[in-house]
Design a protein around this ligand. Structure first.
Ligand SMILES: C[S@@+](CC[C@H](N)C(=O)[O-])C[C@H]1O[C@@H](n2cnc3c(N)ncnc32)[C@H](O)[C@@H]1O
Length: 222
């Protein structure tokens, strides 16, 4: 397979899914994403009074669960028009009720005002972020003081490819930007997050879960 064709496949099926194949692959949310969804939901805990942003929301399966879980509101950002269309169809009611806002755009500039959210999440997409420091700075900006960040991604170095993780074979595997737990910890700390915790399950899916908090700055009295 030529490098160009390989990159087009990675783009169309994962980095910016679109077209007939991309829509088919994501219509119901890939089964392989379930462990990340569960890990993020468990890490978030109760969602009452939460305003949640998901970057790279894809077809919006996790957003739907966050809203069903009682979040006050949610927002989704994705750079694929086809994924946003799927997300819109899946979450039509929440959009009509103005509980969900979706925007087409890139994580390099998150198009919401400073301190808009109490939680930010990222599932199965952080490995496509090639300037993680810049994106983490944006996530820190849009979180309110005390806001939480939860990222479920693939840990580095990549595990051995097997039938359970076919996407780690070329062309996909080599194009993923993965970090060891220590590297991820340092990225989050450098971005001024506190209470950083990063763990990997060491399994075939190489699930890495990172959570961190934006420190609530003490207000001066008088
Ligand atoms: C593998 S899919 C995961 C979708 C969803 N989060 C899930 O777990 O099912 C990656 C998603 O991230 C989006 N994405 C990747 N890089 C992005 C970027 N720089 N800005 C915005 N969206 C991005 C893609 O368009 C795609 O919808």
């Amino acid at each position: 397979m030529s490098a160009g064709l390989g990159q087009r496949l990675v783009d169309g099926l994962a980095r910016r899914p679109g077209g007939v194949l991309g829509r088919l692959a994501y219509r119901n949310g890939p089964k392989a994403h379930e462990p990340s969804f569960k890990a993020i939901r468990d890490a978030l805990g109760p969602l009452e009074d939460e305003r949640v942003l998901e970057i790279g929301c894809g077809p919006g399966v996790l957003l739907e669960r966050v809203l069903d879980g009682g979040a006050t509101s949610a927002a989704g950002l994705d750079h694929s028009p086809d994924m946003l269309a799927l997300c819109m169809a899946r979450n039509r009611e929440a959009i009509a009720e103005e509980r969900l806002q979706l925007k087409l755009g890139d994580t390099a500039t998150i198009p919401w005002p400073t301190e808009s959210f109490t939680a930010a999440i990222s599932a199965n997409m952080f490995f496509f972020i090639y300037d993680p420091a810049a994106v983490l700075a944006e996530l820190h900006r849009v979180l309110a003081p005390g806001g939480r960040l939860v990222i479920a991604t693939i840990s580095g170095p990549l595990p051995r490819a097997s039938l359970r993780n076919w996407w780690l074979y070329p062309p996909m595997g080599p194009s993923l930007n993965v970090h060891t737990d220590e590297e991820m910890h340092a990225l989050l700390t450098d971005a001024r997050f506190t209470g950083v915790d990063v763990t990997s399950d060491g399994g075939a899916l190489a699930l890495q879960l990172a959570h961190a908090t934006k420190t609530a700055t003490a207000r001066r009295s008088g």
